[in-house]
Design a protein around this ligand. Sequence first.
Ligand SMILES: NC(=O)c1ccc[n+]([C@@H]2O[C@H](COP(=O)([O-])OP(=O)(O)OC[C@H]3O[C@@H](n4cnc5c(N)ncnc54)[C@H](OP(=O)(O)O)[C@@H]3O)[C@@H](O)[C@H]2O)c1
Length: 235
Amino acid sequence: MNIKKPYVICHMLGSVDGRIKQDIWEFRDHHKYFEETAEKIQADAWLVGRVTMEEFSSKKKYLIDAEVDSVPKEDFVADTQAKTYAVVIDPLGKCFWDSNMVSTEYVIEVLTEGVASGYLEHLRKKNVSYIFAGKNDLDLDLVLRKLYLLFNIKTVRIDGGGHVNGSFLNAGLIDEFSLVLAPVADGTIGSPTVFEAQEGYENRRATQFSIKSVERIYDDFLWIRYLVIKEAVKR
Ligand SMILES: NC(=O)c1ccc[n+]([C@@H]2O[C@H](COP(=O)([O-])OP(=O)(O)OC[C@H]3O[C@@H](n4cnc5c(N)ncnc54)[C@H](OP(=O)(O)O)[C@@H]3O)[C@@H](O)[C@H]2O)c1
């Protein structure tokens, strides 16, 4: 049986040394380099890791009721008019929500069964959709299949950070990589890079790309779009 899942494009703004935190880059309109290019990539959803989503989720302290155990650990598709979505990989439910939207997109939480029942109650109160994709560890292939099946998401743009990108890369689930290469060398040891996949060199190969397009933008930036080569090649 052909199990359907979305086409996956990872989009990032990176320094020439692959770093992604812009704390010392000193760009005046630093959001525009990422966002104006991202908007040109047609997608039904964008997806980020829990750390990145904390910029967009609630800053309030919500208390969850530890006594609640009545909410079943089953997928919940909120009744909305949604056509586009903001998906967060949040295995233990650390993001809280004042509403079920980020900008014009409806939120989908991706959880493991390790999440507290009281947290599910919070999501239901805010009419936030959620899906389960594993008991303790996330099955990212299952995440994609559920996004397609339950929300009709046919193209997803993964917008970072480095850990979420790295885990999709490691699972062989990225089809395209869109890199806005910023004209800076950052050099911060230990700061996240575009792909944070795994320590050491054991049991894996680097992922290889072919170029789809290259464009010079904002004078000194390059927007490079790559296709992932799925079969290993020796150049
Ligand atoms: N330059 C750019 O284009 C760009 C784009 C996006 C973000 N950023 C920056 O990147 C930084 C954040 O990047 P980051 O790499 O530290 O964090 P991240 O990828 O945003 O989030 C990592 C967290 O997501 C969850 N997660 C991700 N993959 C998972 C998996 N396979 N299984 C289980 N949980 C998973 C875990 O949450 P738990 O810890 O809750 O388990 C993990 O700690 C921020 O500074 C942000 O501003 C830059």
